[in-house]
Design a protein around this ligand. Structure first.
Ligand code: 5GP
Length: 207
């Protein structure tokens, strides 16, 4: 069997942290990096494309995939199923291609236990206000959904200390450079910089 030579990079962040933009930028700048396209039972948003943003499937298909052991990880997020298919990830890794997964913390922890050599990164928003503004500006979710996602974000932030690297997404270029260093193994595994601590404080002090 061919040896795995690519690196698996896992990026998690509360909804609205801007991780999709960060991952897009990383992909533009890297020649040897592929994003895994997840499967989900969530409804497709207007601006999304099948096979590019997600593979949108029924609950029945998703459940069959679980039974067939097709997933590297899967989790329920905001009441919908999300999962990373094993096949394409392992094919890329065997070809020496680095693979990035943009998944929630539950899935990230599953990956960590099955593939401990993965690079685990948690992105956090600079502050409560910035997160709320980002959730609203996206313009794709109802007020109720925004409030739900915001409350969930605060809960998700409590998981950040389980990750190797915690970075504040305050400036796109900077955070992309920092992630690059984490991928290359040039960043210390620090998950409590002063900036991170300040951002987390802004969420937990008033909640
Ligand atoms: P959204 O519905 O906004 O696209 O994503 C909701 C959440 O599901 C985000 O935190 C996103 O990272 C996460 N997610 C997307 N794909 C996967 C996946 O394959 N597995 C897991 N565990 N979470 C995922």
């Amino acid at each position: 069997m061919k040896e795995i030579t690519g690196k698996l990079i896992v990026i998690s962040a509360p909804s609205g942290t801007g991780k999709t933009t960060v991952v897009k930028k990383l992909l533009q700048q890297s020649t040897n990096l592929e994003a895994s396209v997840s499967f989900t039972t969530r409804k497709k948003r207007e601006n999304e494309k099948e096979g590019l943003d997600y593979f949108f499937v029924s609950e029945k298909t998703f459940t069959n995939m679980i039974q067939n052991d097709d997933f590297l990880e899967h989790a329920t997020v905001f009441g919908n199923f999300y999962g990373t298919e094993k096949k394409s990830v392992s094919e890329n890794l065997k070809e020496g291609v680095n693979v990035i997964l943009e998944i929630d913390w539950q899935g990230a922890l599953q990956i960590k236990s099955s593939m401990p050599s993965c690079v685990m990164i948690f992105l956090i928003p600079p502050s409560k206000e910035v997160l709320l503004a980002r959730l609203k500006n996206r313009g794709t979710d109802s007020d109720q959904e925004i409030a739900y996602r915001f409350n969930q974000a605060v809960l998700d932030l409590e998981q950040s200390n389980k990750f190797d690297h915690v970075l504040v997404n305050d400036q796109l270029e900077k955070v992309v450079t920092e992630i690059g260093l984490c991928i290359e193994g040039k960043a210390n595994k620090i998950n409590q910089s002063k900036k991170v601590a300040e951002s987390l404080k802004s969420f937990f002090e008033t909640n």
